[in-house]
Write a protein that binds this ligand. Structure first.
Ligand code: SF4
Ligand code: SF4
Length: 331
């Protein structure tokens, strides 16, 4: 078994910086917390159970330019924005946030290879730190994951007794990064493998949700949803976007894609005024069906990693797992 000492983590992060890579880690800000680019390892807040913002914004930003245009005497010139070319390392992702990347990989390589998302994925190595315990809204166990799940990670650090981590090298990218750390990674006897995280039972996500599409329970259970969209913005796996052209004057401008949210009234509104999901409960149902029925049907995995951000931040206390459980259990 390979281990690293907790006290060596700042050195491991400095080694990443010295190798010329961008370092991203969880940080606390004055009013929020997120994953951010840092230069100084002491800025990393590994004590956070979960950042308020997910890792999603580093792969699929809230708004991004996807082309620039300029009208000239010869016609319209289109310019592609540069793709990222510098290697990045996320140090200290939570297992749910890392797993969310493997969920999003499926949609961004489905009927079209999304060059923006894929360039960022390709250039980034994910070092995940497992959780020592579950937080108050954590539901990773309900979607088949766990506080030490490996999905989406290149290296998983599993917290052990004695201020150390087991180093689980998951991918070739992870192996390459681990070479930077030299003798900070030590081989020890398997008898030292005393995992701090309690043993939890994982569950399989619910099946047969399609049979509940017409259930009257949806309207009853989701009546209080305000349609504010907070749940989708904070969700590490929600990936809907809208595309708009923004003109900067008369002859030039840019095309941007911006996060969009199925809870919004305008999300499915047609140009002619008809809205196939006119009621808020229908929009909430769409969110749940997409995550737990349509996505698994197409990609063989649910589009929820159980991070609990939507539960922690909903202004009216909607709990997607509570709704799911109740809808499944009604006759
Ligand atoms: S479930 Fe909550 S957070 Fe999501 S749109 Fe409704 S009110 Fe907003
Ligand atoms: S639906 Fe909620 S619990 Fe599931 S991944 Fe999104 S924010 Fe996390």
């Amino acid at each position: 078994m390979k281990i690293i000492e907790k006290k060596d983590i700042p050195d491991l992060m400095r080694a990443i910086k010295s190798a010329g890579k961008i370092l991203i880690a969880p940080i606390k800000e004055e009013r929020t917390s997120r994953y951010a680019i840092i230069d100084d390892p002491s800025k990393a807040a590994f004590d956070l159970q979960l950042t308020r913002m997910s890792l999603k914004e580093h792969f699929f930003p809230p708004t991004e330019c996807i082309l620039e245009y300029q009208r000239t005497d010869d016609g319209i010139q289109i310019k592609d924005p540069p793709l990222p070319n510098k290697e990045r390392v996320v140090f200290g992702a939570r297992p749910c946030d890392a797993a969310a990347l493997s969920v999003m990989d499926k949609v961004f390589t489905w009927d079209y290879n999304d060059s923006f998302y894929l360039a960022r994925r390709e250039k980034t190595t994910i070092v995940t730190i497992g959780c020592e315990k579950l937080g108050p809204a954590c539901h990773c166990l309900d979607v088949g994951l766990s506080p030490n799940a490996r999905d989406g990670s290149d290296i998983l650090l599993i917290p052990l007794e004695g201020e150390k981590y087991e180093v689980d090298i998951v991918t070739d990218k992870g192996k390459k990064l681990a070479e930077l750390w030299g003798d900070k990674i030590r081989d020890v006897s398997d008898s030292e493998r005393k995992i701090l995280t309690p043993k939890y039972e994982t569950k399989k996500p619910p099946e047969d949700l399609d049979k509940k599409f017409e259930s009257a329970a949806w309207a009853e259970l989701t009546r209080k949803c305000l349609g504010c969209g907070v749940c989708a913005y904070l969700c590490p796996t929600c990936h809907c976007f809208d595309i708009v052209d923004e003109q900067d004057g008369i002859t030039s401008g840019e095309r941007r894609r911006n996060w969009d949210v199925c809870a919004f009234n305008m999300f499915t509104k047609h140009g002619g005024g008809h809205n196939p999901r006119p009621e808020q409960w229908q929009r909430y149902r769409q969110r749940v069906m997409h995550k737990f029925d349509y996505y698994p049907e197409r990609f063989d995995c649910v589009a929820c990693v159980g991070c609990g951000r939507c539960i922690l931040s909903c202004p009216v206390g909607m709990d997607i797992f509570d709704v799911l459980e109740k809808v499944i259990s009604v006759e």
